[in-house]
Design a protein around this ligand. Structure first.
Ligand SMILES: C[S@@+](CC[C@H](N)C(=O)[O-])C[C@H]1O[C@@H](n2cnc3c(N)ncnc32)[C@H](O)[C@@H]1O
Ligand SMILES: *[C@@H]1O[C@H](CO)[C@@H](O)[C@H](O)[C@H]1NC(C)=O
Ligand SMILES: *[C@@H]1O[C@H](CO)[C@@H](O)[C@H](O)[C@H]1NC(C)=O
Length: 238
């Protein structure tokens, strides 16, 4: 992209993001204090981020600090094979793909084709469309297909961020697919604090609480539960 076009986008981003900057910390892109832009590093991720803010469900997108942290985890463990369970508009899938070498692959699970359609131009623009294998079907079907294809024990990183009721199933399938030393990251494990004494009719909070308690005792993994975003669990396979 030409430099002057980039400059144009940067001004657009500055205007667009200023109103949003109290929502999340945005270290790799924009850091806002008293509504002032302090850092603005223009990159392909920010185009995807900015486009997603226009969607009514943009709160589903991971925060920029979380995406940055997971991308650096991927670099630290030299990951070349990753899975995202719940891609949405592709912001985090793009972040993971950009953190991987040329031979890196992200299997991105998403059932909504409108979200997939939003993601594709951003993957192409960033030059990583060949690194992201979008699977337009239920995530469970994709995970089962990968296992059936003999890929168990070959993945380095899995990010679970789709329908909460299925988290336990996604976790068990991910444990099969991940290699020893690989990382399973699980989003929304604090569920806005509702996992503490979940209401009797709140199935989502109850199932997340049950999963948290299960992982706490799970001898197959080393556990780290972080207060990043809405709660981020890291399970490292022993
Ligand atoms: C919280 S959003 C994912 C956000 C994304 N990881 C990001 O950071 O931008 C959850 C996504 O999972 C998708 N989803 C829900 N149930 C699914 C299923 N059974 N299989 C695959 N995708 C599913 C939804 O359509 C939605 O886009
Ligand atoms: C990752 O790769 C680099 C360069 O090839 C190597 O020095 C490093 O030890 C590797 N790290 C891990 C955790 O495998
Ligand atoms: C997504 O793109 C496909 C292929 O171009 C098209 O058939 C489909 O209607 C699109 N879906 C939505 C919801 O726009």
């Amino acid at each position: 992209m030409a430099a002057d076009i980039k400059m144009f986008f940067c001004v657009g981003l500055a205007v667009g993001l200023t109103a949003k900057c109290h929502r999340t910390a945005q270290p790799h892109a924009v850091y806002c204090q008293d509504n002032k832009m302090i850092y603005c590093s223009l990159n392909y991720l920010m185009f995807a981020f900015q486009r997603t803010l226009q969607d009514q469900w943009s709160r589903m997108m991971v925060s920029t600090d979380q995406a940055q942290f997971m991308a650096n985890l991927i670099r630290l463990i030299n990951a070349t094979k990753a899975i995202e369970v719940g891609m949405y508009t592709g912001y985090n899938a793009l972040s993971m793909a950009l953190a991987m070498p040329e031979n890196g692959r992200v299997v991105a699970c998403e059932i909504e084709d409108s979200y997939i359609n939003i993601s594709k131009p951003f993957f192409k623009e960033a030059g990583v469309e060949n690194k992201i294998d979008i699977q337009h079907q239920t995530a469970m079907k994709t995970l089962n297909e990968l296992i059936a294809a003999g890929e168990a024990g070959t993945y380095d990183f899995v990010f679970i961020d789709a329908d909460k009721g299925n988290y336990d199933n996604y976790y068990e399938k991910s444990l099969e697919l991940i290699r020893k030393g690989g990382v399973i990251a699980i989003d929304n494990v604090l569920w806005s604090g509702k996992v503490v004494n979940p209401a009797p009719d709140d199935q989502t909070s109850q199932s997340l609480d049950a999963l948290n308690k299960k992982l706490h005792k799970d001898q197959r993994i080393d556990l780290s539960m972080l207060t990043v975003g809405d709660g981020l669990t890291l399970a490292i396979k022993r």
